[in-house]
Design a protein around this ligand. Sequence first.
Ligand code: ATP
Length: 220
Amino acid sequence: MIGLLGGTFDPIHYGHLRVALEMREALGLDEVRFLPCGEPPHRGRPGADAKTRAALTAIALAGEPGFVLDRRELTRDGPSYTYDTLRSLREEYGEQRPFCLIVGADAFAGLPSWHRAGDLLGLTHIAVARRPGETPVIAPPLAALLGDRLTENPADLSAAPAGRVIWVEVTQLAISATAIRERLRQGRSPRFLMPDAVLDAIRKQGLYGREPQRALTDPG
Ligand code: ATP
């Protein structure tokens, strides 16, 4: 079974890497494909361009068996929709290979508003990262999408190409790319929140630096 972790990865950090590793172990994934998005549909422009975010992701994944950078969303024109990505992966891997989309509990709560939400579970399983001890709240629109797809048994996922949803308890690391970008802008260190090699590349290339001093040129 192939795990799929989409995101902006702006930049990649230990929150992403840890959830991928724990999902790989819990579900027995053959690999986890990291899919940096091109133009994110749900938010504003990222702090770094798509090629740079992918390059930093490649640095983070180097040497970890079964972690793979997948560039298919980078070059797509317009918004990156998970539905389109899954269709493209199905074309490559066929209809029988089990896929498992990895999402955080927050992202999962918003699933009903995703593009072609009702078709996603025809293309993939979904594994939701859950905080230890957390009881998931499932609002009615999500419950309608879920039906009787929930399972607690990872073997149910391997047994079919798509269609099941499983909650997986993962170590919660309260790390966000937003907070890392903010630290970098402020000249504070994000070390130990992300791999050193990624931070080195960010510093070498002067990424996520301070914003231009608008006050100096702004006549208003
Ligand atoms: P930003 O702060 O810029 O919104 P982010 O740190 O949340 O970014 P994304 O690239 O949006 O990172 O996340 C990609 C995926 O990784 C999402 O499914 C998200 O839920 C998950 N994720 C992000 N941070 C963590 C974390 N600390 N622990 C577990 N999962 C995470």
